[in-house]
Design a protein around this ligand. Structure first.
Ligand SMILES: *Cc1c(COP(=O)(O)O)cnc(C)c1O
Length: 396
């Protein structure tokens, strides 16, 4: 072999005997075939076979297999973000003339996608009260092909009765999809409770370090494999094996990270709840939280994301007071090592329910810091609000 050829040909190196604990990062667009026959029949390799980098590598398949096992499904597909998981899953299952019913408290970009794109393609988009099975019963009809859930709801944390919702949907011939980003498959198993597909923003807890974007779609039955896989192929959607490697690494510590975040959140909430500036904390493990009983029945735990409704007098000062925070960073997304806070408007993202409390809710994601430092930070924040308003101080 001449030098130039030697430069591009991969030599045969023994791999037997090399038993690493993790999977290698397999980068490939091209997959080569042993002979012309193998190439000609590559389409028959099935959804587990390898034919082209876009359709999977041993690295992405390893991550998919881990997620499939945890979600108790039959197959997982990786996509470039959590939002892509939601939009691709929904798009794969809808056609013009169909109707979709979306929980009113769904992740706001899902609403945006439904209102702009699904309706543009002739799908009827309707919203239902996430906690009212009666509302769903009234709105569902035989054109409804998909009921979309997210439990707890984005920002305001409403817990859905998934088994009851699935029973109603299936009776009308509709499928059920559920965004499981808050709980992760460690704390909630939507497929075991009746959902037909579950999505995750791996961007959040599962990768765990705020340094990448990825999403997953896991299906409960074989019939959903082809519609989703073929949509991904036609749209040309795949993920980088390097990112998949990072998710695989992050996922190994998911259990300890989640536990630390949940314990930290519990400590912080216990203190925040009793603060005079606070109206209430939205978190499903609190016994007084509406939906607590369903959470207790269906969930295996909590994560470290909760929301705080402030007393009306404190709200106008909350945004400016965020600037005093030292440990907690201001930002969206969550599930990384650093604690984050974000002021979230509620009413603009509701159409089937009525949010009667103040429109601004503070969402807090507890990270891996010492909770004592987080409490100190929030004390400073509350003190700053008190300084900005004499009336609240007197209300103590
Ligand atoms: C963040 C989030 C997503 C989207 O994840 P990205 O990877 O940022 O697109 C989807 N659903 C929920 C509930 C989320 O919190």
């Amino acid at each position: 072999m001449k030098d130039l050829t030697q430069c591009v040909v991969t030599p045969d190196v023994k791999t037997d005997g090399f038993e690493a604990l993790g999977v290698a990062t397999h980068r490939a667009s091209t997959i080569v075939f042993k002979n012309a026959e193998a190439y000609a029949t590559r389409g028959q390799r099935g959804h587990e076979g390898y034919t082209y980098g876009l359709y999977g590598t041993p690295t992405t398949r390893t991550l998919e297999a881990k997620l499939t096992a945890l979600e108790q499904g039959v197959r997982t597909f990786l996509v470039p973000s959590g939002q892509a998981a939601n939009s691709v899953a929904i798009l794969s299952l809808m056609k013009a003339g169909d109707k979709i019913l979306i929980a009113d408290t769904s992740y706001p970009p899902v609403r945006d996608f439904a209102n702009r794109d699904l309706s543009r393609f002739g799908v009827e988009v309707a919203y239902y009260d996430p906690v009212s099975v009666e509302d769903l019963k009234t709105k569902i009809d035989d054109r409804t092909k998909l009921v979309w859930c997210e439990s707890p709801g984005s920002t305001t944390m409403e817990i859905q009765d998934l088994p009851a919702i699935a029973e109603i949907a299936h009776r009308h011939g509709a499928l059920v999809g559920c965004d499981n980003t808050w709980a992760t498959p460690l704390n909630y198993k939507p497929l075991a409770l009746g959902a037909d597909l579950v999505t995750e923003a791996l961007t959040k807890y599962i990768s765990g370090h705020s340094d990448l974007l990825m999403g997953s779609i896991t299906v409960r039955s074989e019939e959903l494999i082809t519609p989703i896989r073929s949509t991904l192929g036609r749209f040309g959607i795949g993920v980088s094996p390097d990112d998949a490697t990072l998710v695989l690494r992050g996922m190994e510590t998911l259990g300890v990270r989640l536990k630390h975040a949940a314990d930290g959140a519990a400590k912080l909430i216990d203190w925040i709840e009793r603060h005079p500036l606070v109206e209430r904390v939205l978190f499903p493990s609190l016994p007084a939280f509406p939906g607590h009983d369903i959470w207790k029945r269906d969930f295996l735990g909590v994560s470290g994301v909760f929301s705080v409704v402030l007393k009306p007098a404190a709200v106008p000062h909350a945004a400016a007071a965020l600037d005093v925070l030292k440990t907690i960073a201001i930002g969206a997304s969550w599930g990384g090592t650093r604690s984050l806070i974000a002021p979230m408007p509620v009413r603009q993202n509701r159409s089937a329910t009525n949010w009667v409390e103040d429109d601004l809710v503070l969402r807090i994601s507890v990270g891996l810091e010492d909770p004592a430092d987080l409490q100190t930070d929030i004390e400073t924040f509350f003190d700053d609000i008190v300084c900005r308003t004499g009336t609240v101080a007197r209300a103590r």
